[in-house]
Write a protein that binds this ligand. Structure first.
Ligand code: NDP
Length: 315
C-alpha cells in the first residue's frame, strides 16, 4: 500500500452514492466545501436495483429507482461535486487529516468525512445458496427475474422487499412460491393485499428453507414446515432471497461506535459519530426507517454538520 505517489488532500470526502451520499454532495457543494464523492461498488446504491419508487415526494407518477439516482448524480455534479468511481477499502481515523484508501492504492487525506455507504442484502447462509449463487440464486429480482420468464421461482422473506420482489416476479413467472418463516408477514398492509390478490403467488407459512437443490443450477428447493416438521420439495428454476440488509460498515469497525449489528451510532438529532469531523448518513446508520427520503434527509444533515464543524476548525 503506497502513500506517496497518489495522495490527495480533500476538504470534504463523501463515501457512498445512494440518496444520502448524493444529498450530502449537493449540500456541501453548494456550501463551497468542494466535496469529492466516491461511488463505491454499486453507483447509485440500492435504488439502482429496484423498480418503481412510488413514495419519494415530488414524483407524483412514481419514478424508476435507477432513473432517480441518475438525476441525483446529475444534480450533485451540476452543483460542482467531484463524483468519482472507486471503493473505499481502508481507513485510518486515528489522527487528522483522516486517511481513506481508495481501491487499496490511492490515499485521500480528508479534513472531514461523510460516510454514506448504505446496506447490502443478507443471505440465509446455506452452503447450497452459496454454491448456486449466480446460477439461479439471487438477491435481486429486478436484476435477475428476467432470466426466469415463463418459469417457476421461489422467494424467501416476508417484508416489503420480499413482497415487492414477489409481485415483480409474478408478472414474469408462471408461479411464485413465497416462503415465510412465521405465520404472518412483516410487509405493509397494502403490499400484503397485493400479494393476496395475485393469483400466481402461493404462500407457504411457517416454512424454513432446508436446502436449495441442483448441482450446477437451481432445480428445486426443499422446505420444512416448522410446526409439523414435514418436508416438501418444490421444483423451481430460480431462488430469490429477500430477508433484509446489513450495513456496509466493516472498514470503520476499528474506529467508530456501532450497535451489535454494525449500524454506525450517531449522536441523536445529528449525524455526528464518536469521532469529530466524521459523520454518518443514510442506511449505514439507520436501522429503523431505511427509506430513500430519510436517507436523503440525513445526507443533508451530515452536510450541514460537516459545514458547521469545518467552519470552526483553525485554517
Ligand atoms: P425487513 O427486515 O423488513 O424484512 C425481512 C424479512 O425477512 C422478514 O419478514 C423476516 O422474517 C425475513 N427473514 C429474515 N431473516 C430470515 C431468515 N433467515 N429466513 C427466513 N426469513 C427471514 O427487510 P426488507 O428488506 O423487506 O425491508 C427493509 C425496510 O425497507 C423496511 O422498513 C421496509 O418497510 C422498507 N421497504 C419499503 C418499501 C416501500 O415502501 N416501497 C420497499 C422495500 C422495503 P420475520 O418477519 O419473521 O422477522
Amino acid at each position: 500500500m503506497t502513500e506517496n505517489k497518489s495522495t490527495e488532500q480533500v476538504h470534504c470526502l463523501i463515501i457512498g452514492s445512494g440518496p444520502a451520499g448524493y444529498s450530502a454532495a449537493i449540500y456541501t457543494a453548494r456550501a463551497n466545501l468542494k466535496p469529492v464523492l466516491y461511488q463505491g461498488i454499486q453507483p447509485g446504491g440500492q435504488l439502482t436495483i429496484t423498480t418503481e419508487v412510488e413514495n419519494y415526494p415530488g414524483y407524483p407518477d412514481g419514478v424508476q429507482g435507477p432513473e432517480m439516482m441518475v438525476e441525483f448524480e446529475k444534480q450533485a455534479t451540476r452543483m460542482g461535486a467531484d463524483i468519482r468511481f472507486g471503493l473505499a477499502t481502508k481507513v485510518d481515523f486515528s489522527r487528522r487529516p483522516y486517511r481513506v484508501w481508495i481501491d487499496e492504492e490511492k490515499l485521500i487525506e480528508a479534513d472531514s468525512v461523510i460516510i454514506a455507504t448504505g446496506a447490502s442484502a443478507k443471505w440465509l447462509g446455506l452452503p447450497s445458496e452459496e454454491k448456486l449463487n449466480g446460477f439461479g440464486v439471487s438477491a435481486c429480482a429486478v436484476c435477475d427475474g428476467f432470466f426466469f420468464k415463463g418459469r417457476q421461482v421461489a422467494i424467501v422473506g416476508a417484508g416489503d422487499t420480499a413482497a415487492e420482489e414477489a409481485l415483480y416476479l409474478s408478472k414474469l413467472c408462471t408461479q411464485v412460491h413465497m416462503l415465510i418463516r412465521r405465520d404472518q408477514m412483516r410487509a405493509s398492509q397494502i403490499m400484503q393485499q397485493r400479494i393476496r390478490e395475485s393469483s400466481n403467488i402461493k404462500i407457504y407459512w411457517n416454512t424454513e428453507v432446508d436446502e436449495i437443490l441442483g448441482e450446477t443450477k437451481v432445480e428445486g428447493v426443499r422446505i420444512k414446515n416448522s410446526k409439523t416438521g414435514t418436508k416438501e420439495t418444490i421444483a423451481v428454476n430460480g431462488f430469490f432471497v429477500a430477508i433484509g440488509h446489513e450495513p456496509n460498515s466493516n472498514i470503520f469497525k476499528e474506529w467508530l461506535d456501532m450497535d451489535e449489528t454494525g449500524y454506525i451510532k450517531t449522536i441523536p438529532g445529528s449525524s455526528r459519530t464518536n469521532i469529530e469531523g466524521i459523520f454518518a448518513a443514510g442506511d449505514v446508520q439507520d436501522r429503523i426507517y431505511r427509506q430513500a427520503v430519510t436517507a436523503a434527509g440525513s445526507g443533508c444533515m451530515a452536510a450541514l454538520d460537516a459545514e458547521r464543524w469545518l467552519s470552526l476548525q483553525p485554517k
